[in-house]
Design a protein around this ligand. Structure first.
Ligand SMILES: Nc1ncnc2c1ncn2[C@@H]1O[C@H](COP(=O)(O)OP(=O)(O)OP(=O)(O)O)[C@@H](O)[C@H]1O
Ligand SMILES: [Mg+2]
Length: 267
């Protein structure tokens, strides 16, 4: 479904945010992206919504080059769930969810908030799926808790039946108990809708619990790619404090989990 072929991202100031990333994420996989702050997680995700282009290499969605598709076209296929929810606080819950369908309605209809009944029904159905009750629908988003707001963000993300969902630290603004519930929901929704997910997280324990697969980046390189079981405490220690966190001396290509463990054992 998603393919990165030798992708580099260099910003004009010389920062190398991604270095030689090659990756294939099959359809329906829930792939968690770990890495310390500044590692390149958000840059990696942004390669998929057309808002940032690789300096070198190619990124494909369902066999089509992302760089050859307009942002408008990509919006129909790639949805995003944000750390800060990115909702419109003064608007109602219903309108925030419906705004997820904007790529599908005319500017005039959107400006007048005239959404077809099929979309309104879909929004209600999605709100039900994410655990919000009918009494929430007409409330302003600003009257909801952070966890409830992220539920609205998730409902909005599924309005277009996206092939791909990007979740960039979706629980970083929430307390740990709420975080687990939100990730459970994201996982369940992506399973039910057969959506491929790239989800960046800072908590290895949540990555193990919810990821079908875990990758880790650091200094723009892929430094780990394995299953939740392969993400041992030792690998995490190395990722955040040890060899996998050092800029130099890493291999150009990502080691598989077993190779990483060999590297770690040798360290
Ligand atoms: N527009 C930009 N111009 C220059 N450098 C940038 C730009 N955007 C990101 N960077 C740099 O690219 C590197 C990767 O940034 P990125 O935001 O992808 O990291 P991250 O892993 O998402 O970090 P965090 O966990 O803090 O969100 C960092 O060194 C960052 O400073
Ligand atoms: Mg980030």
């Amino acid at each position: 479904m998603l393919r990165f072929d030798s992708v580099y991202k260099r910003f004009p100031d010389g920062t190398e945010a991604l270095r030689n990333i090659s990756l294939h994420v099959p359809k329906g996989q829930f792939c968690v992206v770990l890495g310390p702050s500044g590692a390149g997680k958000s840059t990696l995700l942004r390669m998929l919504n057309g808002l940032s282009q690789p300096t070198e290499g190619s990124v494909y969605l369902a066999g089509e080059l992302i760089s050859e598709q307009s942002v408008q076209r990509l919006r129909r296929k790639v949805a995003t769930v944000h750390q800060q929810f990115n909702l419109t606080p003064r608007m109602s819950v219903a309108l925030n969810v419906l705004s997820g369908a904007l790529p599908q309605v005319t500017h005039l209809r959107a400006g007048l908030c005239l959404f077809p009944s099929s979309l309104r029904e879909k929004a209600c159905h999605l709100l039900d799926e994410v655990g919000l009750t009918p009494e929430h629908v007409s409330r302003r988003v600003s009257e909801l808790s952070g966890g409830q707001q992220q539920r609205v963000g998730i409902a909005r993300a599924f309005m277009m039946d996206p092939a791909v969902l990007l979740a960039d630290e979706p629980v970083a603004s929430l307390d740990p108990r709420i975080s687990r519930g939100i990730l459970e929901l994201l996982h369940r929704q992506s399973r039910n809708h057969d959506t491929t997910v790239l989800c960046s997280l800072h908590q290895p324990e949540l990555a193990r619990e919810f990821g079908d697969r875990i990758i880790a980046v650091n200094h723009g390189r892929l430094v780990f790619d394995g299953t939740p079981e392969q993400l041992t405490d030792k690998v995490c220690e190395e990722l955040y404090h040890g060899a996998l966190n050092r800029e130099h001396g890493m291999s150009e290509t990502a080691p598989s989990a077993s190779e990483s463990e060999l590297e770690l054992a040798a360290a």
